[in-house]
Design a protein around this ligand. Structure first.
Ligand code: ADP
Ligand code: MG
Length: 540
C-alpha cells in the first residue's frame, strides 16, 4: 500500500500561502465551495450509474452530510458521490488545474499589484478555501472503480501526505480541524451553518443533512414561482452550479406547459467564460428529468451561437434510464431545443424594446456571437436573428436596430447604408462618410470584422439591400451631370493616369462629392476593402 509525503506545486503553494495569511473577508465561502464539490461529485456518480446500473445500491440515497464536533473542534462534510482514486486525488487536489482555482490565480496578480486582497474574496477558490478556517485537513475518499480508499492529509504548509487505506463506502469525507480562533469556531454553531446553507447552497439539488434534518430547500429553484425567489438566490445558484465567481448579467426563467412541458433557467454571464473562444470550449445546458440530474453540458439543448449561456432544462418527458447516445437522438430533445431557442430570442426582442440599456450591455459583450450565428450554416438562422442586430448610427452615435433604421429611412432612399471601420471617429473623416453626414444620410458603422460578412449573409432587411456608402451614389442629378462633363473634359488625363497605374487599379473616376478631399480609395464589386483586409488575415 502506498504511503508517502509529496510537495505541492509552486503555484499551489503560493495560493495556499495567500489563503492562510491574507486577511480574508469571505472566509465563510469555504462551505459553499465544499458543498458545491460534493454536489458535483454526486452528479458525476449519478451520471455513471445511469449506464452502469450496478453502481447504485438498492435504496441508497444520494446526499451530503454535515457533522460538527464542538469538543474536538471538527467540521466534517461527507458525500456519497463519485469519490477519487489515488491518481485522481493527487491530480485534482495536489495541483491547480481546476477552473475555480485557475481563475483565482489569474486575478491574484491583479490583487497583488493593487494591494487590494479583498478582491480575491469575490472569486470561487475551490477546495483550498478550506484552509482559511482549518489548520489541518483530512480527506478520505473512495472511488467505485477502486477497491482501496485514499487518505490525504495536509496542514497547507507545502506538503501533503497521501496513503492508501481500507474504506468500505464510496464517496468523500473531508474533516476540517478548525483553527483555534473564535471566528472560526463559529462555523460549528447550528444557526451559522443553517444560515450559510440558506445563503449560498439552498438550491443544491441533493439533500444537505445536518443533525438528522435536511437544511436546504426541497424544491428546485427552477420550479419555484419566480416571485418567491430572490435575485440573490438565482445568482448564488448560478455561481455555485456553473462555477462562475461573479453574478450573472441576467437570467430567463421559462415554464412551458401544454403538449411539450419543461422548465428552463437560462443565465447570461457578465463576461464570456475564459475559454469561450477556444476550441476546447464545450457549450451546453444541464439536463434534468423530474428534478433529477441527467447530464451536464447537453449540447443539443442550445444552438452554437448561444454557446456562452449557462443553465438547465428540466423535463418530465424523458425516461430516467436513457443512455447519452440514445438521448442525443431523441426527438423530445430537439423539440425542446427549438422551442427554447425561440423563447430566448423573443426574450431578447422584448428586452430591446423594454430595457434597451440592458440589451446594449448584453450586445457589447455577446453581439459577436449573434453575428456569427447569422453567418454560420450558410445563413440558416439569419431570419431568426436579424432582429437582434444593432449598429452604431452616424446620426447620433447610438445603437440602432435594422428595423429602426428602415422605419426612419427617407422615402427616396432605397438601400441601407453602412461603412466598415474599427474606429468610428476615424471612419467619420472618410470623404464619402463626411459627405453622407453633411447630407444627413444615416450610415451604420460596422466596427467589427464580422459585421460586413453578417450583412452580406443577410443580403437584405425588410426588402432593403445593404450598400457600403463607398459604393453609393449620393449625388443629385445636377452633380451627376457635372461629373460626367468633367470626366469627358479630362478624358486624356484620366487615361494617362490609368495607363500609369495599370493593373493596380480597376478604374479611375472624377467625383465631385469629396468635399475638401482630393482623392478617395474605394473598391469595385462585392468584396469591400475592409473585407479584403479581413480575408487576407485568414491563413491558407
Ligand atoms: P473545481 O471544483 O473548480 O474543479 P476545486 O478546487 O473545488 O475546483 O476542486 C478540485 C477538484 O477536486 C474537483 O474538480 C474534483 O475533481 C475534486 N474534488 C473535490 N472535492 C471532491 C469531492 N467531494 N468528491 C470528488 N472529487 C472532489
Ligand atoms: Mg469546486
Amino acid at each position: 500500500m502506498i504511503k508517502e509525503t509529496r510537495a505541492f506545486q509552486a503555484e499551489t503553494k503560493e495560493l495556499l500561502n495567500l489563503m492562510i495569511h491574507s486577511i480574508y473577508t469571505h472566509k465563510e465561502i469555504f462551505l459553499r465551495e465544499l458543498i458545491s464539490n460534493a454536489s458535483d461529485a454526486i452528479d458525476k456518480f449519478k451520471f455513471k450509474s445511469l449506464t452502469e446500473t450496478s453502481l447504485l445500491k438498492d435504496k441508497e440515497e444520494l446526499k451530503i452530510e454535515l457533522i460538527t464536533d464542538e469538543e474536538k473542534n471538527l467540521f466534517i462534510i461527507k458525500d456519497n458521490g463519485i469519490g477519487m482514486t489515488l491518481e485522481e486525488v493527487s491530480e485534482n487536489i495536489g495541483t491547480i488545474a481546476k477552473s475555480g482555482s485557475k481563475a483565482f490565480l489569474a486575478n491574484l496578480e491583479e490583487a497583488k499589484k493593487t494591494g487590494d486582497l479583498n478582491i480575491i474574496g469575490q472569486f470561487g477558490v475551490g477546495f483550498y478555501s478550506a484552509f482559511m478556517v482549518a489548520e489541518k485537513i483530512v480527506l478520505e475518499t473512495k472511488s467505485p472503480y477502486s477497491d482501496k480508499g485514499v487518505k490525504w492529509t495536509s496542514t497547507g504548509d507545502g506538503t501533503y501526505d497521501i496513503e492508501e487505506i481500507e474504506l468500505k463506502d464510496r464517496g468523500t469525507t473531508i474533516t476540517l480541524y478548525l483553527k483555534n480562533e473564535e471566528e472560526d469556531k463559529e462555523f460549528l454553531q447550528e444557526y451559522k451553518i443553517n444560515s450559510l446553507v440558506k445563503k449560498y447552497s439552498d438550491y443544491v439539488k441533493y439533500p444537505i443533512m445536518y443533525k438528522g434534518e435536511r437544511v436546504n430547500s426541497t424544491n428546485p429553484i427552477w420550479k419555484m414561482d419566480k416571485n418567491d425567489v430572490k435575485e440573490e438566490d438565482y445568482n448564488e445558484f448560478y455561481k455555485s452550479t456553473f462555477h462562475d465567481w461573479e453574478d450573472p448579467m441576467f437570467h430567463f426563467n421559462f415554464k412551458v406547459q401544454g403538449n411539450l412541458e419543461y422548465n428552463a433557467l437560462i443565465y447570461v454571464p457578465k463576461n464570456p467564460p475564459y475559454d469561450l473562444y477556444t476550441r476546447e470550449y464545450k457549450r451546453g445546458l444541464q439536463l434534468y428529468t423530474k428534478n433529477v440530474f441527467i447530464m451536464d453540458q447537453c449540447e443539443e439543448l442550445i444552438p452554437q451561437y448561444f454557446n456562452f449561456m449557462k443553465g438547465l432544462v428540466d423535463t418530465d418527458n424523458l425516461s430516467l434510464n436513457i443512455s447519452r447516445e440514445i438521448l442525443q437522438k431523441t426527438n423530445e430533445l430537439k423539440t425542446i431545443s427549438k422551442n427554447l431557442e425561440k423563447k430566448i430570442i423573443s426574450e431578447f426582442e422584448k428586452m430591446m424594446k423594454n430595457n434597451k440599456e440592458q440589451y446594449i450591455k448584453f450586445w457589447e459583450i455577446f453581439g459577436k456571437n449573434i453575428k456569427f450565428g447569422i453567418q454560420e450554416s450558410f445563413g440558416m438562422n439569419k431570419d431568426k436573428l436579424k432582429n437582434l442586430l444593432m449598429f452604431k448610427s452616424s446620426l447620433n452615435d447610438e445603437y440602432v436596430t435594422l428595423k429602426e433604421y428602415v422605419d426612419r429611412m427617407p422615402e427616396e432612399q432605397k438601400e441601407i447604408y453602412y461603412i466598415p471601420g474599427e474606429n468610428i471617429e476615424i471612419t467619420k473623416t472618410l470623404p464619402k462618410v463626411k459627405n453622407a453626414l453633411d447630407k444627413n444620410i444615416e450610415v451604420l458603422f460596422l466596427t467589427e470584422d464580422i459585421d460586413e460578412f453578417a450583412l452580406k449573409t443577410l443580403m437584405e432587411f425588410d426588402g432593403k439591400h445593404f450598400k457600403s456608402i463607398n459604393d453609393a451614389s449620393l449625388e443629385s442629378e445636377e452633380e451627376k451631370k457635372e461629373a460626367e462633363k468633367l470626366q469627358e473634359e479630362n478624358k486624356s488625363l484620366m487615361e494617362k493616369m490609368k495607363s500609369f497605374l495599370g493593373e493596380k487599379i480597376a478604374e479611375i473616376k472624377l467625383n465631385p462629392s469629396l468635399g475638401n478631399n482630393s482623392v478617395a480609395l474605394s473598391s469595385k464589386g462585392e468584396v469591400s476593402l475592409e473585407m479584403e483586409k479581413v480575408l487576407s488575415k485568414i491563413p491558407g
